[in-house]
Design a protein around this ligand. Structure first.
Ligand code: SAH
Length: 247
């Protein structure tokens, strides 16, 4: 008897009923050596554009597993139009940020280099792999896009003004988050600063932009990764679609 479909994988391949799929080495190893799947076992696949499909394994080698796509299990539906802009922090805390932002439904994640950003190397490839893994687990139908790291001033000078930029401002001068998010329902981005906070010049630059809104997350100082989870949760609850609609 084949196992019920539990394994869910992102593949960057077209998914069409009746078509074969060949898994890359790492996913093959995961299916065989970790999940111990074999021929006739079922997996769920998604590719970020065609929805989710059940597929049956047809050939199983340690480094090369093949399957056949059998039926669509969910049609594709795009998530909310919310981006996360964050200043990279230490490795494990950045890992947490990528994972939680993916679970909280962001469409795009952009690492932003600010005056007080401490990290020297931004591993966008690692971020992409982590985002794919979190998407597999959270039952998302897409994987957040990972943008190239960009300096804050460059980001601001090239910003498309019809996307609202909510920047998390721990000075207490921002609008309460609920109020800020309730007042605008369109394309949005949330920006969280580094452990050292934004510099005075950065705050002045942000405040001067007509598309930017300063947001307060309450009287306590949150760590950057907490501010990410709190701001995205509130955005989803107030401005997004945490309202029981079918995803
Ligand atoms: N260095 C600062 C704290 C920075 S916290 C200090 O010690 O004063 C890291 C980031 O989290 C901040 O840049 C801000 O974007 C966000 N943040 C933390 N607490 C916040 C709050 N209460 N309201 C809004 N943003 C907050």
């Amino acid at each position: 008897m084949s196992k019920t479909a539990k394994v869910r994988l992102f593949v960057d391949l077209p998914l069409i009923e009746g078509q074969p799929v060949t898994f890359a080495e790492e996913q093959s190893r995961y299916l065989v050596s970790v999940m111990r799947l074999t021929v006739n076992d079922e997996v769920l696949l998604f590719n970020g554009r065609d929805g989710e499909f059940a597929a049956v394994l047809t050939a199983v080698g340690k480094k090369n597993v093949q399957a056949e796509v059998c039926r669509q299990t969910r049609p594709f539906a795009a998530g909310e139009d919310i981006w996360l802009l964050f200043a990279p922090v230490k490795k494990d805390r950045t890992d947490y940020i990528i994972e939680k932002a993916t679970e909280l439904g962001v469409k795009k994640i952009i690492p932003v280099i600010t005056r007080h950003t401490i990290t020297d190397r931004v591993r966008t490839e690692r971020f992409a792999a982590q985002a794919a893994e979190a998407a597999e687990q959270s039952r998302r139908l897409d994987v957040p896009q990972i943008g190239e790291a960009i300096r804050l001033e460059t980001l601001l000078s090239g910003w498309e003004p019809d996307r609202r930029l909510f920047f998390m401002d721990e000075s207490g001068r921002g609008l309460p988050a609920r109020q800020a998010f309730a007042a605008y329902r369109g394309a949005s981005a949330v920006l969280v600063g580094p452990e050292g906070g934004f510099s005075d010049e950065e705050l002045a630059d942000l405040r001067s932009k007509p598309f930017a809104v300063a947001v307060s997350l309450g009287p306590l100082i949150l760590r950057a990764e907490t501010a990410v989870a709190a701001s995205l949760s509130l955005w989803q609850a107030v401005g997004g679609h945490w309202d029981g609609e079918e995803k």
